[in-house]
Design a protein around this ligand. Structure first.
Ligand code: NAI
Length: 211
């Protein structure tokens, strides 16, 4: 692989789609795909795909196209799926429960090792084979297990109060559903803010265009 140069966020945003798409066609039994066919199927231009992938290495071969398994594996490495990162989830309410129970963390490079909540009626409950722990055990747990990633399924105010503790415990990567701006407080952290409502509003925009 080429030495990594600074890659634009718009390219990074397309990588999961490449990874998912290549995984699907790999599972369908295809071995290779031409750049033209890949671009047709993905709705991107061949030059866009070439430019995106050139940020990371020389993957295609003139006259052959791409070996699907190799490209899938390479993009997986770029996305870090092989490097299982110890992950905790905080807030086991409606959203946290759904995410903990249904998200394939392992396939994407995350190892969910702990779930925490402050509500005593939820502690002791099993989700995905993990017993929900009281948030009072967070310090001890982080000291022993040294998780690298936290999934925050908490209200804004709770996240605001807790992030400092998590950051001090060495957690610098956040999948953040809480709407609290972690990056502003800790610029060196990696934060992926999820706003499902943005996606819904995008639907509103596109449905307006159809009126
Ligand atoms: P919920 O009330 O069902 O769950 C929140 C959980 O957080 C509760 O179990 C509560 O006991 C726990 N909690 C509160 N403070 C805590 C603390 N300091 N330490 C540990 N646990 C604590 O709410 P729901 O529906 O699961 O939503 C959670 C949050 O996610 C809400 O604030 C909501 O605004 C936000 N949300 C964000 C979405 C997004 O797209 N980013 C989508 C849906 C909800």
């Amino acid at each position: 692989m080429k030495e990594r140069k600074k890659v634009s966020n718009s390219v990074v945003k397309r990588l999961p789609r490449y990874y998912r798409f290549l995984g699907e066609i790999k599972n369908s039994g295809m071995i290779r795909i031409s750049s033209g066919e890949l671009s047709r199927r993905m709705g991107l231009t061949a030059s866009q795909i070439r430019q995106d992938l050139n940020n990371f290495g020389d993957f295609g071969q003139q006259g052959y196209g791409y070996n699907i398994t190799d490209l899938h594996n390479e993009i997986g490495k770029i996305l870090g799926v092989e490097n299982k990162k110890k992950t905790i989830l905080i807030g086991a309410g409606n959203l946290g429960n759904a995410i903990a129970a249904h998200m394939s963390f392992e396939k994407r490079g995350f190892d969910l090792i702990g779930i925490f909540d402050s509500n005593p009626s939820l502690t002791g409950k099993f989700i995905r084979g993990l017993k929900v722990k009281p948030v009072s055990q967070l310090d001890d747990f982080c000291g022993k297990e040294k998780p690298e990633v936290a999934v925050l399924c908490l209200p804004y105010e709770a996240a605001e109060k807790l992030v400092n503790k998590l950051y001090e415990a060495g957690i610098k990567n956040y999948w953040n559903f809480s709407h609290f701006d972690i990056k502003k407080l800790y610029p060196d952290s990696a934060v992926e803010n999820v706003h499902l409502s943005d996606s819904l509003l995008m639907l509103g925009f596109h449905s307006n265009e159809n009126l």
